[in-house]
Design a binder for this molecule. Sequence first.
Ligand code: ATP
Ligand code: MG
Length: 140
Amino acid sequence: MAGNRTFSMIKPDAVRDGHVGSILQLIEAGGFKIVAMKLTYLTAERAGEFYGVHKEKPFYESLKEVMSESPIVAFVLEKENAVEAYRTFIGSTNPANAAEGTIRKIYAKSLERNAVHGSDSDANAAIETSFFFSQQEIYG
Ligand code: ATP
Ligand code: MG
């Protein structure tokens, strides 16, 4: 059965450009409930750990830099079938392919600087949530 929670981040570019409020407004209007949230930052080393699955990819070093340039906003969202619903909501990884009205279509600058992260499975949502939050920081 699909879970009802997912993990997301607003990436450094989008925070720096002042899009936190607008992005969260879209997410809430989309029916996602925020159950944990913090403004924090990643060192390049921690960004590399977070995106460890991409270690062998040619964009890994650059991704580590982009993700550690400045603060991020990390949050946990609740909705039925959250992981899939949120991936659809944010749009394709490459904004050129993202559907109209999706967060990435509106706020991504490029394939790499694509505004938000969304977990790709229930298992990864749980791992990524515990990367940023203790149990006590999550509602419910
Ligand atoms: P995320 O994990 O951030 O939600 P995603 O699951 O849509 O994104 P992944 O394949 O997991 O996509 O890639 C992780 C991130 O690495 C992307 O969001 C993007 O910032 C960057 N990225 C992915 N592919 C490329 C690429 N070909 N060139 C540059 N950066 C890339
Ligand atoms: Mg991913």
